[in-house]
Design a protein. Structure first.
Length: 386
């Protein structure tokens, strides 16, 4: 294994009826900004539970953080934080709300010219305003990691940020919130978490036996849980395993000591920025073509994945690897997600070249675990996904 350091300071509070414990986690004199999205938490009862838990605190609210959290919207929340001297943030929602909360945590203490620098200049945040989260949509793992992705519509950018100061202090994970999630969002969560694991696993062998087994167990759990949660989202056992798998897929544990890829996510973010396609769907679009295109460098891990996760026991390494890709594509389709860009937009022609040009302009000339995937390679991979 490669050398690594690992510290995850986020306290997880998991299970039924845990929202009331918010009050135990906040400083007594906290002035809190409650952040959430489009209002679904008011329809499903989560908002009332959170407000009750915060009844003894000074609380302001900011509603309307959209999917793919939008920079201009977040600037309105940032103004409140500064003008009202907010000391604690509480993000109640899925990955978009939590990512937006992380941006605000960093931006509130940033002393540079513009908060967008944090993303564009890849400035790591060592200290931000403290924050906690209440997860309402399992998918991204943002509730237990220090990363975030923010969109800017005016420039058609979707950029990442992070740093040791952006771990939530606590995250409340109540699987019963899954009961009120639309099925297409559950499908997205399954695809998102599944691909998070693949990005950290489908690289090349390095002898990290335990890390491989961690990854394989999460993948197997998602595969086993998917039909159950899609058949009955009120199945508490299925909801619990779904939620915890999403968190474990991207809380930093399985990436330690191993090479990671993330080219699929890099390309996927650009598809979302161009077409507004759901993040998870962009991952399903690009995963098969990315693996076919890079079969030679990934075939050993793809074959291992096919054997251990999908039970493929016949054929050569390359044949098993191809079977693993086919199984992955079939899984996405089985959970209701298409794997072709042309199923999401009629304007896909030229997208590959546009994204390749964008990567080149930004200096992103070596992606993937070997840092050898060029903008020209990106163009070919995306064209394969048309």
């Amino acid at each position: 294994m490669n050398n690594f350091e690992f510290k995850n300071p986020t306290k997880i509070i998991f299970g039924k009826n845990q929202i009331a414990k918010i009050a135990n986690e906040l400083p007594r004199n906290a002035k809190v900004l409650l952040l959430y999205g489009g209002g679904s938490i008011k329809r499903n009862g989560i908002y009332d539970k959170v407000k009750l838990a915060l009844s003894e605190f000074d609380v302001l609210e900011f509603e309307g953080i959209p999917p793919n959290p939008e920079y201009q919207v977040l600037l309105n929340a940032l103004k409140i934080i500064k003008e009202e001297k907010i000391t604690y943030l509480l993000g109640v929602g899925g990955g978009s709300v939590i990512d937006g909360t992380k941006f605000l945590s960093a931006a509130a203490l940033y002393e540079g010219k513009t908060p967008w620098d944090i993303l564009e200049k890849k400035i790591r945040t060592i200290k931000g305003i403290p924050f906690g989260t209440v997860l309402t949509l399992p998918a991204t793992g943002s509730e237990m990691n220090s990363g975030a992705v923010i969109s800017r519509a005016e420039t058609k950018q979707k950029l990442s940020m992070g740093g040791s100061g952006l771990f939530p202090e606590f995250s409340i994970l109540d699987p019963e919130v899954v009961y009120s999630i639309p099925y297409h969002q559950i499908s997205n969560g399954l695809a998102d978490s599944f691909t998070h694991v693949l990005e950290q696993y489908i690289t090349y062998p390095i002898g990290a036996v335990l890390q491989d087994r961690f990854s394989e167990s999460i993948l197997q759990t998602i595969i086993e849980t998917a039909p159950r949660i899609l058949e009955d989202k009120t199945d508490y056992k299925a909801a619990s395993n779904f939620m915890w798998s999403c968190t474990m897929a991207l809380n930093g544990l399985i990436q330690k000591g191993v090479p990671t890829d993330w080219a699929i996510h890099g390309m996927g973010h650009e598809l979302t920025a161009l077409f507004g396609i759901d993040h998870a769907c962009t991952l399903a679009i690009l995963t098969p073509s990315h693996y076919y295109y890079n079969l030679e460098t990934k075939k050993e891990k793809l074959a291992q994945y096919a054997e251990r996760v999908w039970g493929v026991t016949f054929g050569s390494i390359e044949e098993k690897a191809i079977k693993g890709i086919e199984k992955t594509e079939r899984f996405f389709k089985d959970i209701g997600i298409s794997t072709k860009l042309s199923d999401y937009t009629n304007n896909y022609k030229g997208a590959a070249q546009t994204i390749a040009n964008t990567f080149e302009e930004r200096g992103w000339v070596g992606m993937g675990e070997h840092k050898k995937i060029s903008p020209k390679d990106i163009e070919k991979i995306i064209e394969m996904a048309y």
